[in-house]
Design a protein around this ligand. Structure first.
Ligand code: PFF
Length: 488
């Protein structure tokens, strides 16, 4: 008997929990910010409609149809295609390896926010006090103990949730989904009432149509949608496989996608009003108040918190608690992808599979918890996200669009769904999404070869970037050739 969600809304909660994560409060605002604020919103919505929602339907539909983990759902499409499911499974494992370390940063910041430990120098605090960063990726140094503690804590919590399967996830997400939304709303109200907030919002919401001609903006919008909706990573396939085979597909896909996008929008309102406030107090212009990506959550916001006239400690605690509660259900969804695949492939019990995956995640996290960890995190994240997601997504749409057949797929999802999908879906899956993803991949490839990422010495990029991306693919093919427990 396949494990099931406790009740109907549980799937939607769990899927929203996976989708809504650091990608909303941390990644969305900075990607938006670095692409010119308002200029980003139009490509983002287009990406959501043309790629995000159609792919969400595909993944939920596939999981439901095949009632299996990602590798075996793809094996159901065709015997040769099991590797197509292992690929995102391994990508998920690599991502969870550092996602938990970012959670470890959050644990540390939660602790420090009680005393506003970063003081006036949030940047120095982040790099020197929290990360204790070394000179470069070649100088790994030793383990940073407070980070290790946060990492262990994250892995234990995730293991405890996942080892009881969808039943326990159903209960946990009832808390971990609404809680951060409430916390974000509190932050938003505080942000919007700060002086200067309107300047921030103006930057966020004024569309700049000239940016629409820049291809980079489009590529970034598509990858943000993918990452944010937890697509091309097997999560939605596995989560949907715990639903009854004949339950609604398209309605759920719309709810999950729109909820995620709506929450990103709220997070944008929050962060941009805070940026407006910072510009107001420091006298800088809104586009110049922050410089880097990762720094947004761990440097800019702490700086803003320090500047707050009242209740700054409370604001800090709420912010980092929101980040943690956002992250936890995304992180355990990545673990679940692997747990489910291990169970199907080798006939392991859930307990054992969870234990193995959590320990592997912990072991991988060790590298990122060292003095040189942030460099490796940056390299791995860049390559695995940019290449891995787009490439895995491309193979998915090609297989369903051209091998399995969109008509056949719709024959399955339409009768069981309230909203019927029309021709637009075929067009998106067969043409639009493959073209966009194919283009993004080629574009990234050229950019990457032309300019080595982030000034790192080539050998580290080859190892942690190109090597890792290739290794994941080879490992996927290799594992798919091994004998499976249930599927001879
Ligand atoms: N969607 C998550 C976020 O926005 O933070 C990140 C994520 C979780 C991506 C799970 C992929 C995934 F499978």
């Amino acid at each position: 008997m396949r494990e099931r969600w406790l009740n109907r809304p549980a799937f939607v909660f769990a899927a929203v929990g996976s989708a809504v994560g650091l990608g909303n409060l941390w990644r969305f605002p900075y990607v938006c910010y670095s692409n010119g604020g308002g200029a980003f919103l139009i490509p983002y919505f287009v990406a959501l409609l043309t790629c995000g929602i159609p792919l969400m339907m595909l993944e939920i539909g596939l999981g439901q149809m095949m009632q299996s983990s990602a590798p075996f759902s793809w094996r159901g499409v065709g015997k040769r295609w099991e590797w197509v499911g292992w690929w995102p499974t391994w990508i998920a494992l690599i991502i969870v390896g550092y996602y938990t370390v970012i959670m470890a940063w959050c644990w540390n910041y939660l602790y420090h926010s009680f005393s506003l430990g970063w003081g006036k120098d949030a940047q120095g605090f982040f790099y020197h006090d929290v990360l204790r960063v070394s000179e470069g990726p070649g100088d790994v140094g030793g383990l940073v103990w407070p980070l290790l503690a946060g990492l262990i804590l994250s892995c234990i919590i995730m293991g405890l949730i996942i080892y009881r399967g969808p039943e326990r996830i159903s209960k946990v997400v009832l808390w971990t989904v609404p809680l951060p939304i409430i916390l974000i709303t509190i932050l938003m109200v505080r942000g919007l009432t700060l002086p200067g907030a309107m300047d921030g919002l103006e930057f966020y919401l004024t569309p700049d149509f000239s940016a629409l001609t820049r291809s980079q903006v489009w590529v970034q919008a598509y990858s943000q949608v993918f990452f944010s909706l937890s697509l091309a990573m097997g999560v939605m396939i596995v989560y949907a496989s715990h639903k009854p085979r004949n339950s609604d597909v398209t309605g759920n896909a719309f709810i999950v996608s729109l909820a995620d996008c709506g929450i990103s929008f709220l997070c944008g309102l929050t962060i941009f009003s805070i940026l407006g406030y910072m510009a107001h107090t420091t006298g800088a212009a809104v586009p110049d108040v922050v410089s880097s990506g990762i720094g947004l959550a761990f440097i800019t916001i702490p700086t803003a918190i320090e500047l707050l006239p009242t209740l700054s400690t409370l604001f800090g605690v709420v912010f980092f608690l929101a980040l943690l509660t956002l992250a936890i259900d995304s992180a355990f969804s990545l673990i679940e992808v692997n747990t489910a695949a291990f169970m199907d492939k080798w006939g392991l019990t859930r307990r054992r599979a969870t234990g193995m995956v959590s320990i592997i995640a912990l072991a991988m996290g060790l590298l990122y918890s060292t003095n040189g960890g942030i460099y490796w995190l940056d390299i791995v994240d860049h390559f695995i996200n940019n290449f891995g997601l787009a490439a895995a997504g491309l193979v998915e749409v090609l297989l369903i669009g051209w091998f399995f057949g969109t008509k056949r797929f719709k024959k399955f999802i339409n009768p069981i769904s309230d909203i019927k999908t029309g021709l637009w879906w075929d067009v998106m899956i067969k043409f639009v999404t493959p073209v966009v993803l194919g283009y993004s991949l080629i574009r990234y490839f050229i950019d990457e070869v032309e300019v080595a990422y982030g000034d790192y010495p080539l050998k580290f990029l080859l190892l942690g970037g190109w090597g890792m991306a290739l290794l994941v693919l080879v490992a996927a093919i290799a594992v798919s050739k091994l004998k499976s427990h249930h599927h001879p």
